[in-house]
Design a protein around this ligand. Structure first.
Ligand code: DSN
Length: 417
């Protein structure tokens, strides 16, 4: 019972050591990934994993909930302070489950929702046909403008009038630009729809006041905690006061039973970290870094969808280099640069191949890298992608990546216990 992980399960300890080494020695550029603080990691691995606590603080179905009540209340209070929300539920296990709970609270099966499709930058849980959301609800999509690759509010308004959705979902996995929440609120009001914002990606920017907040405009706001917010893997939901009971009941007993109290403790820590000036400065740096990276990628021959970024991520069209997203991501991984393939708007390739990649700067910025390093990394990406047949070049870039990782260490002294 008291043995360390290494003593108890050396095989798994070796796997964790491999992952620690990968995170230390590669450039993590998937925009939904980050390096959580040691405090967050510690809480996520803590003994609250042992406790059952169905219900909410002060109203649990099990006894012995004194400490977990305090942990959950801290998470709720800090999130309310951070975002100025009427009501917060911190129990959703994942972003998809937060979205599921939001739908469950305000929709009936067969109701109509209006969202952005995955291939234009939306998310699976925004009505993708193979996802629960696409199977349980009648889904219509608004789209990005073909020329500007920006949200087309006029067209969205017409589509909303045509289909009269009960809920409009706004929020994206691969859209690099600022969202005008006021414009969406106006569209929702015109058709008497509820407005839901999914800020899973931009939540850190919103917390820091760098991206406008949807909280004053949206009826429901869902988010993850592990992306730009740099917390534990998980999610939370904010809503207007009159929807609080419905959201809480949708999560429990509607969709989830025992909350993950260790994850909730870690969420409280992450919200606390996000309330600091240091975090706000970190978010400002993320955006500056993304812009710097974009400049160099553009100079290296990649086309930036929408011409650039206002956020933590870039969507890059690789067709000018006659490469697919899949091949590019694989070539870059050989050089120690980790990105994901991604469809671009109006892509002719299937998602498993895709014409683009979606690099982001949250994790690199956590390591302390700044604009000079972004230019260096953008240049390395360009060199690898412009000469895909040169495996020696990739080995050379791999060495440059290792040297950069050594200059900006992460998780120093951390051990798999
Ligand atoms: N996997 C997340 C992302 O990368 O954006 C979405 O679920």
């Amino acid at each position: 019972m008291n043995r360390t992980l290494k003593q108890a399960d050396p095989e798994m300890a070796a796997v964790l050591e491999e992952e620690l080494e990968r995170q230390r020695t590669t450039l993590v550029m998937i925009p939904s990934e980050n390096y959580a603080s040691k405090a967050v990691l510690q809480a996520q691995g803590c003994l609250m994993t042992n406790k059952y606590a169905e219900g909410y603080p002060g109203a649990r179905w099990y006894n012995g909930c004194g400490a977990v009540d305090k942990a959950e209340q801290l998470a709720i209070d800090r999130a309310k302070e951070l975002f100025g929300a009427d009501h917060v539920n911190v129990q959703a296990h994942t972003g998809s489950q937060a979205n599921m709970a939001a739908y469950y609270a305000v929709l009936d099966p067969g109701d109509t929702i209006l969202t952005l499709s995955v291939d234009h930058g939306g998310h699976l849980s925004h009505g993708q046909p193979t996802n629960f959301s696409g199977r349980h609800y009648r889904v219509h999509h608004y789209a990005l403008d073909r020329e500007t690759e920006l949200l087309d509010y006029d067209s969205a308004r017409k589509i909303a009038h045509l289909y009269q959705p009960k809920l409009i979902v706004v929020g994206f996995s691969a859209y690099p630009r600022t969202i005008d929440w006021g414009a969406w609120r106006a569209i929702a009001d015109e058709v008497n729809a509820l407005l839901m914002a999914d800020i899973a990606h931009i939540v850190g920017l919103v917390a820091a006041g760098i991206h406008p907040s949807p909280v004053p405009y949206a009826d429901i706001v869902t988010s993850t905690t592990h992306k730009t917010l740099r917390g534990p893997r998980g999610a939370f939901i904010m809503c207007k006061r009159h929807l609080a009971d419905g959201i809480d009941r949708a999560i429990f007993p509607g969709l989830q039973a025992g909350p993950l109290m260790h994850a909730i403790a870690a969420k409280a820590i992450a919200f606390g970290e996000a309330l600091t000036e240091e975090f706000r400065e970190y978010q400002r740096e993320i955006v500056k870094n993304a812009r710097a990276l974009g400049e160099t990628l553009h100079a290296q021959g990649l086309r930036l969808v929408s011409g650039g970024t206002d956020t933590h991520l870039l969507l890059c069209d690789l067709r000018p280099l006659t490469l697919s997203g899949r091949d590019a991501a694989n070539l870059l991984e050989e050089a120690g640069i980790i990105v994901n393939k991604n469809c671009i708007p109006y892509d002719h390739q299937p998602p498993a191949i895709a014409s683009g990649i979606r690099p982001g700067t949250p994790a690199l910025t956590t390591r302390g890298m700044k604009e000079p390093e972004m230019h260096q990394i953008g240049e390395m990406i360009g060199r690898v992608l412009r000469v895909p047949l040169d495996s020696d070049l990739r080995k050379q870039v791999r060495q440059e990546v290792l040297a950069l990782c050594e200059r900006f260490p992460i998780y120093e002294g951390m051990e798999v216990v």
